[in-house]
Design a protein around this ligand. Structure first.
Ligand SMILES: Cc1ncc(COP(=O)(O)O)c(C=O)c1O
Length: 303
């Protein structure tokens, strides 16, 4: 994982020189917001998937955390494309971060400057190539998603991810690839960095947005699944509904569409990637790669 340049506060700096002061506010308190975006190689060149939606969400996250980004959306969009281009990447993961820098340490963030960095690098399947084809094992985490009055689920705030890291560590140390978090009412919420879907009797389900991130992949899956004539429902469910589902999968920019074949030692459906997951996954990858012309408005070409 390395590329040549990182965009930092308006300048492209060498990868190894992209440094911050150790008293950076965000380093101590998690006072930053970020995005995770992918660009894919298509026949017409490299295309960033749903870039506008990601930039909009970055600005919304910053608004919730009371940070005025010192650049316009157009400037951030341009900088993202420039970072991909300068690193000569044709398929990559992009990580913009807006964070409180260093001026004066203490909880009050308002004295610290708002800084921006954008990195991009080549990154394959988040949970491994085999995961995409065969599915992964997951556990229900003993950590629950933060209560809606503890933090904002709408914002991709750096500090929120400690909750995700607890869940991920528990999964890894339990010998499975990923965790599933319940919300503070005990209903299924999402993965540490992915939304969750399940399929029962041909209907595609996902939890409502109350305590989960409004995923751009979630939105995409809902749109393409409904265009493929699947019925979609948002439901609060207990974990046992997942155990009895015909299929389950994670959806996210990093995880793309990763089937879940086992949860808490229960085989899900046939115990491998199910037919609906496969159909949606194939469609989604074709959309990413510009092979489904009707969705090409979601592709932002790096020219
Ligand atoms: C907690 C959480 N849920 C869901 C997602 C999926 O969102 P998206 O599809 O926009 O990447 C992410 C990743 O950004 C996430 O961090």
């Amino acid at each position: 994982m390395e590329a040549e340049k990182i965009w930092m506060d308006g300048k492209l700096v060498n990868w190894n020189d992209a440094k911050v002061h150790v008293l950076t506010h965000a380093l101590h308190y998690g006072s930053g917001v970020f995005e995770g975006i992918r660009a894919y190689k298509t026949e017409q060149g490299t295309a960033v998937f749903r870039l506008k939606d990601h930039v909009d969400r970055l600005f919304n996250s910053a608004k919730i955390l009371r940070m005025d980004i010192p650049y316009t959306k157009e400037e951030i969009t341009k900088a993202i494309k420039e970072t991909i281009k300068v690193n000569k990447l044709d398929s990559c993961y992009i990580r913009p971060l807006v964070y409180r820098g260093f001026k004066k340490l203490g909880l009050n963030p308002f004295t610290c400057p708002v800084q921006v960095m954008i990195a991009a690098w080549e990154w394959g399947a988040y949970l491994g190539e085999e995961a995409l084809a065969k599915g992964i094992k997951a556990i229900i985490s003993s950590w629950q998603r933060s209560h809606i009055n503890s933090t904002s689920a709408k914002a991709k705030i750096c500090g929120n991810y400690i909750n995700s890291i607890f869940a991920n560590m528990e999964a890894v140390e339990s010998g499975v690839e990923e965790a599933i978090l319940l919300d503070s009412n005990g209903y299924v919420a999402e993965g540490p960095g992915e939304n969750i879907f399940w399929v029962k009797d041909g209907i595609v389900f996902t939890p409502p947005l109350t305590s989960v991130l409004e995923g751009i992949t979630r939105k995409t899956v809902i749109k393409i699944a409904s265009d493929m004539n699947f019925k979609i429902k948002e439901e609060f469910i207990a974990r046992d509904v997942l155990y009895l589902a015909d299929e389950a999968f994670f959806a996210g920019s990093a995880a793309e569409l990763t089937p879940i074949r086992e949860i808490d030692h229960h085989s899900i459906g046939s115990g491998s990637r199910g037919p609906v997951s496969k159909q949606l996954q194939e469609k989604l990858f074709n959309v990413f790669k510009g092979k489904e012309k009707q969705y090409n408005a979601w592709l932002d070409f790096v020219t």
